[in-house]
Write a protein that binds this ligand. Structure first.
Ligand code: GZL
Length: 324
């Protein structure tokens, strides 16, 4: 929308001169009624992330009045910073950032502010000196997710000694920080809970499988896997089965995200608890931008409502009715 006047004048000039308008001028003119959004996405590391991207693409669509420019940072903050600078140079109307990590955003968000481009943060939190550098944030309470998992472990695993293998997400992401803090609080509160192995699987299935294979071959004696997302849990289950162990019987699996595949693993008795982390931020961001376009002021922070699933409350109908 910012480029509309310039684009239309350029188009007019080129058309009158008989030169014909280059494609980008035509695009720009077509953009005149669209809200142009630059979205810096973490990557495509998990089912959750893919569902999040699809949700944003479906909501910020041309039919809804948007032109979405999506950048996949492949889990690298420096690529996100480059993408944000490109969005600024392109003169987008809004920037949406799903941050890889909590820190390191002050400079580039100052540049977006100076360019007069509102920034909406989704999913993970950022730690920044001046919170005026972003307009609003919408995401999950990751510490609460961790506390939910620990409360379930307390009520379902009784007083048995727990020997815990902990698969962490990307270190420094607020999803990892909050879920780890929840488990650490549980470990501090229970003398019969022991951490026997802890490493980051980067939220990926391959790394999750690699780490559990490594733990098994090192002789680590664990009876619980606390996996900070579903995809690492899938990898862990593959590794357990490869070693002749039965997930859900020999080892209790705790996971996060509640994606469709993982919920089916609950029905199959392989995952015992899955704490929901809802990725469907597209409609939420769309509503925020539409509110801003009308001069409204969305809340600075919005936490999405989330639940958890186990064999006691999960049904096929629930799975069929979920968006991811
Ligand atoms: C959580 C999100 C995490 C998911 C992972 O909001 O940031 O990143 O739990 C994803 O699946 O990779």
């Amino acid at each position: 929308m910012k480029k509309s006047v310039v684009a239309i004048l350029l188009l007019l000039l080129l058309t009158l001169s008989g030169c014909g308008a280059p494609r980008q001028a035509q695009d720009a003119a077509e953009d005149e009624d669209l809200i142009v959004v630059g979205f810096s996405q973490v990557g495509a590391e998990s089912d959750w992330r893919k569902a999040n991207t699809i949700s944003m693409q479906n909501a910020l669509s041309a039919s809804n009045g948007f032109r979405l420019i999506l950048d996949d940072a492949q889990n690298k903050q420096e690529r996100q910073i480059t993408a944000i600078r490109n969005f600024i140079n392109q003169g987008v109307d809004y920037i949406v950032l799903a941050p890889t990590t909590e820190r390191g955003w002050d400079t580039v968000l100052s540049e977006a502010k100076a360019a007069g481009i509102p920034v909406i943060i989704v999913d993970r939190m950022i730690e920044i000196a001046d919170t005026e550098l972003f307009t609003c944030w919408i995401g999950s309470d990751f510490r609460k997710e961790g506390d939910t998992a620990v409360a379930w472990m307390e009520s379902h695993l009784g007083d048995a000694p727990l020997r815990i293998l902990h698969l962490q997400g990307n270190i420094g992401s607020s999803a990892q920080i909050g879920r780890t803090e929840g488990l650490d609080a549980g470990l501090a509160a229970h003398e019969n809970w022991e951490m026997v192995f802890r490493a980051s699987g980067d939220f990926t299935q391959a790394k999750g499988q690699e780490l559990v294979r490594e733990a098994l071959s090192s002789g680590a004696d664990f009876n619980v896997i606390y996996s900070e997302n579903d995809n690492m849990a899938y990898g862990a289950i593959d590794a357990l089965k490869g070693a002749g162990l039965q997930p859900g019987r020999d080892v209790t699996i705790i996971a996060f995200d509640s994606s469709n595949t993982a919920l089916r693993m609950i029905l199959a008795g392989e995952i015992s608890l899955d704490v929901e982390c809802n990725p469907l931020h597209g409609p939420r961001v769309q509503a925020i931008i539409e509110q801003l376009e009308k001069g409204g002021t969305p809340p600075k922070y919005t936490y999405v409502e989330e639940t958890s699933f186990d064999a006691g409350n999960l049904t096929e109908d629930i799975i069929a009715g979920r968006g991811y």
